[in-house]
Design a protein around this ligand. Structure first.
Ligand code: NOJ
Length: 563
């Protein structure tokens, strides 16, 4: 591949910051931009070259910034525009690019557009949002909101309903309306002209709705209809993305990653094929949905590793040389991976490293979520009062009203609640996030699990991540090699190969606390000739052509390919 033609993000690893929980510089208990600035050198040490910031725009924080009141102002609690410009400049000095979150499927109901829009049916901004008349005093259709309740809210002023796929303080924008689209494109240019390097686009495949607004199917145990077939990957989504690219993105060297629930590999091929000029990569949810039932994330079930492997295989193969994958285990919406697919009690360090190695050897751009690099875990607060996430709180209330027992709901929250990811960064043995009272309680395990400890221990999870980031820069095979799944039906081991014409890498990972034996000849690789690239135990254990894979063990061997 001609390096000149290679986009920079193909070898980058992106670090996500959830600013509210990252680092508080002024003791108000809320993370801020100065806090981020003070930790840039930590990120340099990890090897990070790109930061994705969850929203930092002015917001009433119904959904922690995913409800934007002013797209061109910084949230007061986070600092000033000057702080943000300093962050871009200081990042640049250190070779760190800044990617912003772009939330343009909806705004806050406090955004001036919505305030105007709801004021009268004749308002110039009426068509910026999706208004419909009710149906005999009932909402226009039966769709449920992703944050519980109906997706429609009646507005008394004009006696009509507006659509909100998320909370009622997050009205959906009407992308059919050209002036709205142009305003959004101007806003995007404003930030790109400031020197940011791209956008992570919030639920961007929801922007085009099927305008028939038909009722959705009511699945078992659900109170509302499922509107998702009518708003996910909707009729004009590709048209809008191409227009956005033409009007804005192609004029900048910017990375774009579309968050796309409900997009499969066939959709991803269209969205991410460079020829289509839509987005560079998307976030799939398929692998994150494997430990839930089909209709809601709170219906928790154990992961079946065979399904996970098959899923990765499908995505790796579909996008190889056609589009591009993003690779992630964690973000601000997902529980902590070491508590989820690893073992945060007995094998926290081993399993966190194993999960990292497993993901970072794949083809695509990996994302690391704050705290993942030293194995932060899920949290269990006893009382719902200690939770802050609107999705969790609304779900709790709705299920309590249905008569479901507190303990049963809490078990779901412990497994899947978003606040698992949002407890403050554990910087030191003393916590280190704030000198005040944090907006959400810390995970009490900060005494053992913290960045300070990880930095001081050369065998910590942190240094595994550091090495993985470096390997991606040094080895073409990680960027370009094809993917081949081995032992597809093995219930505990995830084994695969990456291959180019010159080299072959073998990745062996154990997703269980059992010791598993495998014969080398099944792996079709000459063990004696292999060069160990990375592992989470000392040298792998072999004996006469058999290899023992210990609990949560992971290792990677490189081989030269025989001509
Ligand atoms: C996806 C974001 O990641 C999530 O945090 C947010 O609540 C919804 N979109 C709505 O913006």
């Amino acid at each position: 591949m001609d390096p000149i033609a290679e986009p920079w993000w193909k070898r980058s690893v992106i670090y996500q910051i959830y600013p509210r929980s990252f680092m508080d510089s002024n003791g108000d208990g809320i993370g801020d931009l100065q806090g981020i600035l003070s930790k840039l050198d930590y990120l340099v040490h990890l090897g990070v070259e790109v930061i994705w910031l969850s929203p930092i725009y002015d917001s009433p924080n119904d959904d922690n910034g995913y409800d934007i009141r002013n797209y061109q102002a910084i949230m007061q609690e986070f600092g000033t525009m000057n702080d943000f410009e300093t962050l871009i400049a200081e990042g640049k000095k250190r070779g760190i690019k800044i990617v912003m979150d772009l939330v343009i499927n909806h705004t806050s109901d406090e955004h001036p557009w919505f305030v105007e829009s709801r004021s009268a049916k004749t308002s110039n901004y009426r068509d910026y949002y999706i208004w419909r008349e009710g149906n005999k005093e009932q909402p226009p259709n039966n769709w449920g909101s992703i944050f519980s309740g109906s997706a429609w809210e009646k507005d008394e002023k004009t006696n009509s309903y507006y659509l909100h796929l998320f909370s009622k303080k997050q009205p959906d924008l009407n992308w059919e309306h050209v002036p709205l689209r142009n305003d959004l494109y101007d806003m995007m240019k404003f930030w790109l002209d400031k020197g940011i390097s791209g956008f992570r686009m919030d639920v961007i495949n929801f922007i085009s709705k099927d305008l028939n607004f038909r009722d959705g199917i009511v699945h078992p145990n659900q109170l509302y209809g499922d509107g998702s077939p009518y708003y996910m990957n909707g009729p004009k989504v590709h048209t809008y993305l191409r227009e956005m690219n033409e009007k804005v993105l192609r004029h900048y060297d910017a990375l774009t990653v579309g968050e796309m629930p409900g997009a499969g590999p066939e959709d991803a091929k269209i969205y991410t094929n460079p020829k289509n000029q839509e987005v560079d990569m998307i976030f799939t949810f398929e692998h994150m949905n494997l430990d839930s039932g089909p209709f809601e994330k709170w219906d928790v079930k154990p992961l079946n590793l065979v399904e996970l492997k098959r899923n990765f295989e499908k995505w790796q193969q579909a996008l190889h040389q056609t589009g591009w994958n993003s690779l992630y285990w964690n973000n601000h919406d997902q529980p902590r991976i070491v508590s989820r697919f690893g073992d945060s009690e007995l094998y926290r360090v081993e399993s966190a490293k194993m999960l990292a190695i497993c993901l970072h050897m794949l083809q695509g751009t990996p994302y690391i979520y704050q705290g993942e690099e030293f194995g932060m875990t899920n949290v269990k607060f006893d009382s719902i009062e200690n939770y802050r996430d609107i999705e969790t709180i609304n779900m709790y209330k709705e299920k309590r009203q249905q008569g479901i027992h507190h303990d049963e709901i809490m078990a779901c929250i412990y497994a899947k609640g978003r606040d698992n990811a949002r407890t403050p960064m554990q910087w030191t043995k003393a916590g280190g996030f704030t000198e005040g009272i944090p907006w959400i309680q810390m995970n009490p395990n900060y005494l053992e699990v913290n960045a300070e400890q990880a930095l001081a221990d050369s065998s910590s999870i942190f240094y595994t991540y550091q090495k993985l980031i470096r390997l991606r820069k040094e080895h073409d095979i990680l960027t370009y090699g094809s993917f081949h799944l081995l032992l597809p039906d093995h219930p505990y081991l995830f084994v695969y190969k990456r291959r180019t014409e010159e080299a072959e890498w073998l990745v062996v990972t154990n997703f269980s606390k059992r010791t598993e034996q495998i014969e080398w000849n099944l792996l079709e690789a000459p063990y004696q000739e292999g060069k160990l690239i990375i592992s989470n135990y000392e040298r792998p254990k072999t004996d006469e052509g058999v290899i023992k894979v210990r609990p949560y063990e992971a290792f990677v061997f490189a081989f030269e390919r025989r001509k």
